[in-house]
Design a protein. Structure first.
Lengths: 248, 456
């Protein structure tokens, strides 16, 4: 068995260790004897997104965003939409997550159109939402608890066409107000979680892999792995949150 | 001098005296209060002081110590801020410790290391004679924000010091862009093509696209990370000619390197008493800053050969079969340390201490941008990796996914137990700590095998 993973814009969307998610996807496939073929898709290059089983888009600096949008509007936006509708698994983080929404409105009121794959939009705010945080995934997204690190000034509001990925346990999540974190639509997963997301959240990583393997091979179950260090690092951060809460 | 300044100096001196009485460092706290009382105190005290200021992401401390070495050699009566007290508070404390109660400076030459974000306010008051900017890399994104934001802070700071000569790293497209729209005289230093083996474009680069027009750079060579011979094919922004140019690295040793340095028409031999390419950059920056300050070039080029850095920068301790502490703060610096380990030709133990306190950056995701995958190539000389620090769990997962077998990974969070166990080892030990882990771990190591506290 093998999964084709497409890493979109690794040349610019590579902030906050998101590359760790790719490393983790590959390792956890390889440890189970499944091949992982990673295709890097930098700005300006073409690829057949239809061949991908899992598409990853990370977060980046505002500085490069304009370059990116131009590239997206040269046809990749349509390919992404088709893949999403077709049930391809997407993991999109922070800037990459916002980009799949309808638009971004800066704090000064300037509006920038995004590609509209997900029914959501983002509004810039003055304050950055920074820090370790945690959330519980909805049952349809595996139900596991996730620990991560968020760092964003955009507040994302979900429309009726998407469901939240999870509910915030501590931290801000989508907008710091409605308690939602991330978004889910078909097999598209969007989240603010850097950290990176997957290494310390093996249950979520496996859920994600399963959606792609299920679509391709009808797989319903993954062989268990020894996740002692991952779970210990995960639990340690969770314990920190409850400790912080107890002490106000 | 006005009354506020007098009061600020008095309070600062009293607080420092009390700190030392309590065996605390007191390197920044007294200055914090002084600035509250008299916000422009630094501008008053710095008036009669000629300063070299050093800022940039990596290499500030090592470079500052090299500069000091040359000042000492010249018999100059100078002062310097040390031990990472590089915010406004730390700089002010150091100035007050070198002035009388009436604000008269006892020393008139200084080497001041300045935090990148703090340079925004410090430079305008300090008005340095020379400002050295070492490089810009992604670093503690939760604190500094994006790297272009850090660049803006430095640019803003320099605007307040328009008489300063800028010494800029020619190979860093971000750093050298400071010369584009500042009125200051600027000189450049760097490594010429062929001085070290050029490498592939790194997977993670902090400057792939032109700072001016956002077109992707072409490179004729890359020394490490995004440093090298960059050129924008669209707007023409490119690496400036370096007046202080390392033309060849003639020898690299586990404890240092020998280089050729061209300054004007003359070529000098420059030895660097620390290993790794990034220290050659530090040495070149030091020579540029010293020469622009007025130190003869033939003296300047000898400073990097003599200095002992200490305080966690390749610092040696008589622990186990010899221990080196190598501070790591961000992916670029970390990759350089990992590369240095490749030159080690004997068996050794590696300790990685990851903390996530304020001074380390609360976001530890950078360990995934650092290329720890290189650890697998360090086997079998690398016999064991001990992970430690507040985020030992994260570090454990990182080295596991880098490809190390569980059997060579150990976790030890307690520094006392860690150092005690190391005293029983006969192999050399390399320790990679983040800043606050380094400070705490050093204290424990010194208790066991001797050494000096950081403020001494």
């Amino acid at each position: 068995m093998e999964l084709n993973i497409c890493h979109m814009y690794p040349d610019v969307l590579n902030l906050y260790g998101d590359r760790g998610d790719i490393i983790t996807l590959c390792r956890r496939l390889n440890w189970r004897g499944i091949d992982a073929n990673v295709t890097r898709l930098p700005i300006g290059e073409k690829a057949d997104l239809g061949k991908a089983d899992l598409i990853f888009i990370g977060g980046g600096q505002d500085f490069e965003q304009q370059v990116l949008l131009e590239d997206l509007h040269r046809g990749k936006d349509r390919e992404i939409r088709d893949a999403a509708e077709d049930g391809v698994t997407f993991l999109t983080i922070c800037g990459g997550y916002q980009m799949l929404g309808s638009y971004y409105e800066t704090f000064e009121g300037q509006r920038c159109d995004f590609i509209g794959v997900l029914d959501l939009y983002t509004v810039g705010s003055k304050d950055r939402m920074i820090g370790n945080y945690s959330f519980t995934c909805e049952e349809e997204s595996g139900g596991s608890t996730v620990v991560g690190f968020e760092n964003h000034s955009g507040r994302t509001m979900l429309g009726s066409g998407v469901r939240p990925l999870g509910r915030v346990l501590s931290g801000y999540g989508n907008n710091g107000k409605d308690g939602t974190e991330g978004a889910r639509y078909k097999n598209v997963f969007g989240t603010y979680s850097h950290g990176p997301l997957l290494p310390k959240n093996p249950a979520f990583c496996d859920f994600l892999l399963l959606t792609a393997l299920q679509r391709k091979y009808g797989t319903t179950e993954l062989a268990p792995l020894d996740d002692a260090p991952e779970i210990s690092a995960h639990d340690e951060m969770l314990a920190r949150f409850s400790h912080q809460k107890n002490h106000g | 001098m006005n009354f506020r300044a007098f009061l600020a100096i008095l309070v600062c001196k009293i607080l420092r005296f009390l700190s030392r009485l309590l065996h605390r460092g007191g390197t920044a706290m007294p200055g914090r209060w002084a600035v509250k009382i008299c916000p422009n105190l630094l501008s008053i005290l710095a008036r009669d002081v000629k300063t070299i200021a050093v800022t940039g992401t990596n290499g500030k401390t090592s470079t500052s110590r090299m500069i000091e070495e040359a000042f000492a050699e010249q018999g100059l009566d100078y002062f310097a801020n040390r031990s990472g007290a590089n915010l406004m508070s730390g700089v002010v404390t150091e100035f007050v410790m070198n002035c009388s109660l009436t604000g008269k400076m006892r020393r008139h030459i200084a080497v001041i290391e300045c935090d990148e974000a703090a340079s925004r306010t410090v430079f305008a008051q300090l008005k340095p004679k020379v400002i050295l900017v070492t490089n810009l890399f992604r670093d503690q994104l939760d604190r500094y924000g994006e790297v272009t934001h850090t660049l803006e802070n430095i640019r803003f700071g320099i605007r307040g010091a328009s008489d300063a000569v800028l010494c800029l790293n020619a190979d860093c497209s971000l750093t050298s862009s400071l010369a584009l729209d500042l009125p200051n005289r600027a000189v450049f230093y760097g490594l010429e093509k062929g001085a070290v083996a050029s490498r592939e474009k790194p997977e993670i680069s902090d400057a792939t696209h032109c700072i001016r027009c956002k077109t992707e750079y072409d490179y004729s060579y890359i020394t490490y990370a995004h440093l090298g011979g960059f050129q924008c094919p669209h707007c023409g922004y490119s690496r400036q000619k370096a007046q202080y140019a390392v033309t060849a690295v003639t020898e690299t040793r586990p404890d240092g390197s020998s280089t050729k340095m061209q300054i004007g028409e003359k070529t000098y031999r420059m030895d660097v008493n620390l290993p790794a390419v990034y220290n050659i950059y530090n040495a070149a920056g030091c020579v540029a800053a010293l020469t622009e300050f007025g130190i003869p070039a033939e003296t300047a080029v000898t400073a990097p050969a003599r200095f002992q850095c200490g305080f966690g920068r390749m610092e040696k301790f008589d622990l186990a079969g010899g221990t080196r502490v190598m501070l790591v703060k961000n992916p670029a610096g970390c990759n350089q340390v990992l590369e240095f380990l490749q030159s080690v030709q004997e068996e050794y133990i590696l300790v990685i201490c990851l903390n996530d306190r304020g001074a380390d950056g609360t976001d530890v995701s950078w360990i995934w941008d650092a290329d720890f995958e290189r650890l697998t190539a360090l086997r079998p000389n690398l016999t064991k990796v001990i992970v430690s620090g507040d985020r030992a769990g994260d570090m454990h997962v990182r080295v596991k996914y880098a490809g190390l077998e569980e059997s060579v990974i150990a976790e030890e969070r307690d520094y006392e137990a860690l150092v005690t166990s190391l005293t029983k080892e006969s192999l050399p030990v390399f320790i990679m700590p983040t800043y606050t882990a380094m400070v705490d771990l050093r204290t424990v190591i010194i208790r066991h095998v001797g050494g000096t506290e950081f403020w001494e």
